[in-house]
Write a protein that binds this ligand. Structure first.
Ligand SMILES: [Zn+2]
Length: 315
């Protein structure tokens, strides 16, 4: 299906309409390396075919779009990014009045792991700043990944390329969206104050006392509500979003959590087996889960491992 891209003589990924017609394109198949013919009839019919006449190799559009976008950034050595005071402050940049900045990257690493995350690109500026860049087509960064960026203090930008389907692919438009435009770009971390109440997850120092019954506003590392003897974990991210996960499997408890989550615009992450709740519904979800719970605890991380202390929210 993906005969829209080929590799040119210098191993660059090229789109079929960017090359000379026929064998003169001097392209090879991305998958099998066989010579390609660029067929350029009417625009809709542009595609590469194996010179041998073999069936096209099956390569996903997403992986090629991904690779194409990364190549565009690598070759340009930077890109325009949206800028706000939070990101500028984090990066130590002077904030001009412009809502954007031309980010020049002296060095760019592809798929380089940084502790637990492996961003699509890791860019380094002359000044020694490091920025993670994620290119998204069908899968977007989930809250866990955002949380990892936050923990590492690694500024991360996501570029949304959903518009560039096989039918909607236009090299100049992709270049423009990736390099110059701002509308498809958003910082995953750090977020402007409007999107994040900057309260670090404070470990509660003391178990519930009479004084703390007045619903403290502090952030909790993790809260465990026990429903029908089963544990349900509620974890809060720096953004204020929640991840709700049934720890001990029970079909009834799974069903309760699912009902509450869906009613509150949560999205299920199969990878983490958790419901991701947007921060504006976080409190509602906590309240509903606690209403089902016999016991509410906060998980404390200490030398002895995990232990449960009563939650100030316990009824
Ligand atoms: Zn092939």
């Amino acid at each position: 299906m993906s005969s829209l891209f080929g590799l040119d003589s210098s191993d660059r990924l090229v789109f079929v309409s960017e090359v000379p017609r026929g064998l003169a394109c001097q392209c090879r198949c991305v998958a099998c390396n066989e010579p390609l013919i660029a067929r350029q009839g009417t625009v809709r019919e542009h595609h590469f075919a194996h010179a041998s006449g073999r069936e096209p190799c099956d390569v996903s559009h997403e992986s090629l779009l991904h690779r194409y976008a990364k190549q565009v950034i690598l070759e340009a050595g930077g890109l325009m990014v949206p800028m706000d005071s939070t990101v500028a402050g984090h990066l130590g940049l002077e904030l001009s009045s412009a809502p954007s900045a031309d980010l020049k990257l002296a060095r760019i690493e592809v798929e380089r792991s940084v502790q637990d995350v492996r961003p699509d690109l890791l860019g380094h500026t002359e000044e020694g700043l490091t920025i993670a860049i994620e290119v998204a087509y069908s899968s977007f960064c989930d809250l866990f990944k955002v949380d990892q960026f936050a923990r590492q203090g690694l500024a991360a930008l996501e570029i949304d390329l959903r518009a560039f389907t096989p039918e909607g692919f236009e090299p100049a438009a992709v270049r423009s969206a990736v390099l110059h435009d701002l509308q498809a770009k958003a910082w995953l971390w750090p977020k402007p104050p409007a999107q994040q109440e900057a309260v670090p997850p404070a470990a509660p120092s003391a178990p519930a006392t009479a004084a703390s019954t007045e619903a403290p506003k502090e952030r909790l590392p993790e809260e465990i509500v026990t429903i029908s003897g089963r544990w349900v974990s509620i974890k809060e991210f720096p953004s204020g979003d929640l991840a709700v996960r049934v720890i001990t499997y029970d079909p009834d408890v799974v069903s309760i959590v699912k009902t509450i989550a869906q009613a509150n615009y949560a999205r299920y992450s199969p990878k983490w087996k958790s419901w991701n709740v947007p921060r504006w519904r976080a409190e509602a979800v906590r309240v509903e889960l606690r209403a089902w719970a016999q016991r509410v605890s906060i998980v404390m991380q200490d030398g002895a491992g995990l232990r449960h202390v009563p939650s100030p929210f316990a009824r």
